[in-house]
Design a binder for this molecule. Structure first.
Ligand SMILES: NC(=O)CC[C@H](N)C(=O)O
Length: 234
């Protein structure tokens, strides 16, 4: 069977700090190894998001200025994005993108930027401080450890239905207080990890691809498909 997956690179022209685009390159690399054809396109300002057209969304990080522009435009995509997420669509959201999937982000200058509230977290500001550096976390469900690099002033607090991507072993994570990093909600993976995260942690990329394939091909018993098992890391 020929499997295909379509990726929406949400605001890929504006929200792409630290080469977060690399996450799409990794998804494509692993999809090819699985014999899955992956396509991607940028959906940005003044462009409609059609939840029926895509299987995965990648939403990268950004500086406060870009986020202030995206915060306004993303409100026009709120219903489609929320429907996609509630229908178990796969999402990888990094830093600034992560923040804007929640209720709001308070920028370094105190400006409150509205998110879409598709996830129940919120992000406050730090006083003249940023979390910058390497981070190591451990996912408590799988025991997998993930490595990345963080650079954010926002401090995020998780809400209803959200569980952390991992427990912080080294670094700061969501807020430097509760030892959580990132968030998982349905098939949404959120993180502060740049890196890009999927290049350094391709277990997560495989989870994203398999989740998307299971949702798109419900009758194909995806977990048993030998061809889809990508064992080696890179
Ligand atoms: N790297 C990022 O995406 C930064 C997000 C946001 N501008 C912050 O400083 O918290």
């Amino acid at each position: 069977m020929a499997y295909t997956l379509n990726v929406c690179h949400l605001y890929g022209d504006l929200m792409n700090t630290y080469g977060d685009l690399g996450n799409i390159l990794v998804l494509n690399y692993l999809a090819e190894k699985m014999g899955v054809e992956l396509t991607s396109e940028v959906i940005s300002l003044d462009q409609a998001f059609d939840p029926d057209k895509y299987d995965i969304i990648v939403f990268g990080g950004g500086q406060d200025f870009e986020q202030s522009i995206v915060s306004k435009d993303i409100q026009t995509k709120k219903a489609g994005l929320t429907d996609f997420i509630e229908d178990n669509g796969s999402v990888v959201a990094i830093c600034g993108g992560y923040q804007l999937l929640g209720h709001y982000y308070i920028g370094a200058n105190g400006e409150k930027l509205l998110g879409i509230g598709a996830l129940d977290h919120y992000t406050d500001k730090q006083k003249d401080h940023r979390f910058i550096g390497n981070v190591v976390i451990e996912n408590e469900e799988t025991g997998e450890q993930y490595h990345g690099f963080e650079n954010h002033q926002g401090i995020t607090f998780l809400g209803k239905g959200e569980r952390p991507l991992g427990k912080v072993l080294e670094g700061h994570g969501n807020n430097g207080q509760d030892k959580t990093e990132g968030a998982i909600y349905k098939n949404v993976y959120c993180t502060y990890f740049h890196g890009p995260i999927l290049a350094r942690n391709n277990q997560i990329a495989k989870h994203v691809l398999i989740n998307a394939l299971k949702r798109k091909y419900p009758d194909a018993d995806i977990s048993k498909q030998e061809q889809l098992k990508v064992t080696e890391t890179f």
